[in-house]
Design a protein around this ligand. Structure first.
Ligand code: PEP
Ligand code: MN
Length: 381
């Protein structure tokens, strides 16, 4: 029977022995000393390798910092293959050149991961960059602090009468920011596409009449400046979260931005899209969870509630949740809104229509004015 146990050497601490239990007494002491010495050497080498690996990582971090200052990309595949070739040329064995290359590729990979992690922490959107919540003041509503704000309005601006009927009701209920789409990102090109700039101007007139601020979606970089003359908040819709020219353009504008998560985007991708806007000089970004596509057909999208506490840890930006586009059905709006409130959202986005059944878009999910009042009551207002 084989046994493994601790061996205490006379000179240098201890090592491990492996022997036959019946012959323990006969184990040659000298042989164990040699093994123990080798193992000590390995321990020493490990220690030196460890120190060298960390020294290498620290130097790589200095390189990454310098590259960031110079605006150069961190990853340089050419440099990596050069280093591998030099290592193979200098390799004296017993490891084969391929084994050495494999080992060093692991080291390069770990170093890249380290640099990615520190780059993530240094993003403008990251909590580490700004430990206090960003607060965006729109029409006296301080998004990012205090109780959850409610932003409501129709899916689309359809007519003067439709919009005014809705806004009058919302304003009367204390809603200070209204929403409405004038440029609609519709799945079918044959569906109602929105009233365009006349719709934006109509919304401005009605918002001014009732003392509310307004959010409207912008789909094209070329329209950012014009729409920004009317809207208090510019919305980037889910489908455009990956539209980098649009993100950059909106980054040059001084209006707050409501950035919606794409229905197929990770939270990291959402944060990086926001980073595009911040890095162009616009720090006023509100992140909006609006449901992601899953295998579940009961709802239009699946509201990712955990996005809120996760984002709260990762970023200082105000957080919003759009329960209407997530659910796609009005009967779920109240419980989802309560969940969003409990999860700590700074704002709730909800679609409201004076005649949902005849709405030109998203008729299944818009709340009637009466249902909206019930929602407010359920939220404790
Ligand atoms: C909208 O808010 O009008 C809209 C189209 O939403 P989303 O981009 O989230 O689909
Ligand atoms: Mn809609």
């Amino acid at each position: 029977m084989k046994v493994y146990g601790l061996l205490t050497g006379k000179k240098k601490g201890y090592g491990y022995f492996q022997g036959d239990i019946d012959n323990l007494a006969c184990l040659p002491q000298r042989k164990d000393d040699i093994l123990s010495a080798y193992r000590h050497s390995i321990d020493d080498i490990n220690e030196r390798l460890l120190a060298l690996l960390n020294e290498r990582a620290k130097t790589a971090q200095l390189i990454a910092q310098r590259k960031a200052e110079l605006g150069l990309p961190t990853f340089d595949p050419q440099r990596e293959s050069q280093m591998l070739e030099i290592l193979a040329q200098n390799n004296q064995g017993p490891f084969s050149d391929n084994a050495i290359k494999g080992l060093f590729k692991e080291i390069f990979g770990a170093t890249r991961q380290l640099m990615d992690a520190s780059r993530k922490e240094n993003l403008l959107v990251s909590r580490r960059h700004n430990q206090f919540n960003t607060v965006i003041d729109v029409n006296g509503v301080r998004l990012g602090e205090g109780a959850m704000a409610v932003i409501a309005g129709p899916c689309s601006v359809e007519s003067e009468e439709q919009l005014e009927g809705i806004v009058a009701h919302l304003a009367q209920r204390g809603i200070k920011i209204i929403r409405g789409g004038a440029f609609k990102p519709r799945t079918s090109p044959y569906s109602f596409q929105g009233l365009g700039m006349p719709g934006v101007r109509m919304m401005r007139r009605i918002a001014d009449k009732y003392g509310t601020a307004m959010v409207v979606e912008v789909m094209e970089p070329g329209l950012v400046t014009e729409i920004a003359q009317y809207a208090d908040i510019l919305q980037i819709g889910s489908r455009n979260m990956y539209n980098y020219p649009l993100l950059r353009e909106i980054g040059h504008c001084s209006r707050p931005v409501l950035l919606k998560r794409h229905f197929g985007a990770t939270l990291e991708e959402l944060l990086l899209s926001a980073e595009y806007i911040l890095s162009e000089g616009n720090p006023q970004v509100i992140l909006c969870e609006r449901g992601i596509r899953t295998f579940e057909p009961a709802t239009r999208s699946t509201l990712d509630i955990s996005a809120l506490p996760v984002l709260r840890q990762e970023t200082h930006l105000p957080l919003m949740a759009d329960v209407s586009h997530a659910a796609g059905r009005r009967d779920l709006i109240i419980p989802l809104a309560q969940a969003v409130q409990a999860a700590g959202a700074h704002a709730l986005l909800v679609e409201v229509h004076s005649d949902p059944a005849n709405a030109l878009s998203d008729s299944q999910q818009q709340l009637s004015l009466e249902e909206f009042d019930k929602l407010l009551a359920a939220l404790g207002r």
